[in-house]
Design a binder for this molecule. Structure first.
Ligand SMILES: Nc1ncnc2c1ncn2[C@@H]1O[C@H](COP(=O)(O)OP(=O)(O)OP(=O)(O)O)[C@@H](O)[C@H]1O
Length: 312
C-alpha cells in the first residue's frame, strides 16, 4: 500500500466527514432545505384524524395526495391542491398541519409562503404587476428550495387572471430557465364552491344518508366546474382548470353542532384547562346555524370558537 495515497485518502475522508458534520450542525441551528422531501405518513394521518373534525374527505384526499407525491422521486409536475368550503371549516388549519409536516417550522419556515389575496394583491388595476412579482417570487424561492410550499388564501377574492401567471410553473415542464418546479406544492384556499358542497351535504342529510358516506366523486366534478364558472373564485375560466393542472379539488363540509363542540373541547385542552361540558354547550349554543328551518350547519364553522371561549 502506497503511504502517500493512504494519507491523501485519509485526509479526504476527514475533510468529507468534517463537511458532513458541519452541514449537520449548521442545519441543526439554521433551517435547511431538505434534499429529499420526507413525510411521516403515520404522524400526518394521526394528526389529521385527531385534530381535524368532520372532514373525512379532506383527511382522506390530503393524505393520499401528499403521500403519493412525496414518495415519488420524480414527480412530473408540482402538486396542486384546491381546498374549498364554508368559512371556519378548517382550510387554513389543515394547511398549517400540512406545512408543519413538510417543513418543521410550518408557516414560519423559509420554505413555506403564504399569500393572502386582500393583503398581497389588493388592487385590480395592478394585476400585471402582481403577476410579475408572483412569478419572480416563486422562481426565486423554488431555485433556493425545490420543495417549497406556496399557500394562496382567499382565492375567491383574487382578481381574475392573477393566478394564471403561475400556470407555467404548475405545468408538466421539466425545467423553466434552469429551474425545476416539479417538487413544489401549491395549495389554494377558497370559499368558492361552499354553496355546492353544502347542497350535497344537505341532500345527504335530508335523505337520511350519513355524512361519512359522501364521496369525493359526489363533489369533485361539480366543484371544479362550479369554480371555473364562478367569476369570484379566483379561478374563473382559469387555464389552471381547463389544462387540468389542479390535481385535487378538496371539499370541506360545513360543520355541525357536534363538530363545534369538538372544537370547543380542543380549544380548552389547548389552553390547558379542564373540559367543562357546561361551557362547551354554552359556546356551541351561541353559534348560529343554517339553513333557517333545519339549523344543521354552523355558519362560521369553528371560526369564532376561540373568541367566544374568552367570554365564558
Ligand atoms: N374541521 C375542523 N376541525 C378542527 N378545528 C377546526 C376545524 N375547522 C376550523 N377549526 C378551528 O377553527 C379555526 C378557524 O378555522 P380555519 O381558519 O381553518 O377556517 P377556514 O376554513 O380557513 O376559514 P376561512 O374560509 O374563513 O378562511 C382553526 O384555527 C381551528 O382551530
Amino acid at each position: 500500500i502506497d503511504p502517500i495515497s493512504v494519507s491523501v485518502a485519509l485526509g479526504a475522508a476527514s475533510v468529507l466527514t468534517g463537511l458532513v458534520t458541519y452541514t449537520d450542525l449548521y442545519c441543526r441551528f439554521a433551517e435547511c432545505c431538505p434534499k429529499k422531501q420526507r413525510l411521516n405518513e403515520t404522524a400526518l394521518k394521526l394528526e389529521l384524524e385527531e385534530k381535524l373534525f368532520g372532514q373525512h374527505l379532506a383527511t382522506e384526499v390530503i393524505l393520499k395526495a401528499l403521500t403519493g407525491f412525496t414518495n415519488n422521486n420524480n414527480p412530473r409536475k408540482p402538486l396542486t391542491l384546491s381546498l374549498h368550503g364554508w368559512a371556519g371549516t378548517g382550510k387554513n388549519f389543515v394547511s398549517q398541519i400540512v406545512a408543519e409536516n413538510l417543513h418543521a417550522k410550518g408557516l414560519k419556515s423559509n420554505f413555506v409562503h403564504l399569500f393572502v389575496s386582500t393583503l398581497h394583491f389588493p388592487h385590480e388595476q395592478q394585476t400585471k404587476l402582481y403577476q410579475d412579482q408572483l412569478q419572480q417570487w416563486i422562481r426565486g424561492n423554488v431555485s433556493a428550495c425545490a420543495s417549497s410550499v406556496f399557500i394562496f388564501d382567499e382565492m375567491d377574492k383574487l382578481h381574475p387572471g392573477v393566478i394564471d401567471a403561475i400556470k407555467p410553473f404548475l405545468d408538466y415542464y421539466e425545467q423553466i430557465d434552469g429551474v425545476s418546479y416539479r417538487k413544489a406544492i401549491f395549495i389554494f384556499l377558497s370559499n368558492a364552491g361552499g354553496d355546492l358542497i353544502t347542497e350535497t351535504a344537505l341532500e345527504f342529510w335530508r335523505t337520511g344518508r350519513k355524512r361519512e358516506d359522501i364521496q369525493l366523486k359526489d363533489m369533485e366534478h361539480v366543484l371544479s366546474v362550479g369554480v371555473f364558472n364562478n367569476k369570484h373564485s379566483g379561478l374563473w375560466r382559469s387555464r389552471l382548470i381547463d389544462r387540468n393542472l389542479i390535481d385535487y379539488f378538496i371539499p370541506f363540509l360545513p360543520l355541525e353542532y357536534t363538530h363545534v363542540k369538538m372544537c370547543v373541547r380542543a380549544e380548552m385542552r389547548a389552553r390547558g384547562s379542564a373540559v367543562d361540558e357546561d361551557i362547551v354547550t354554552r359556546v356551541a349554543d351561541e353559534m348560529t346555524f343554517f339553513p333557517k328551518d333545519e339549523k344543521i350547519y354552523s355558519d362560521r364553522g369553528c371560526k369564532t370558537v376561540q373568541s367566544r371561549l374568552d367570554f365564558q
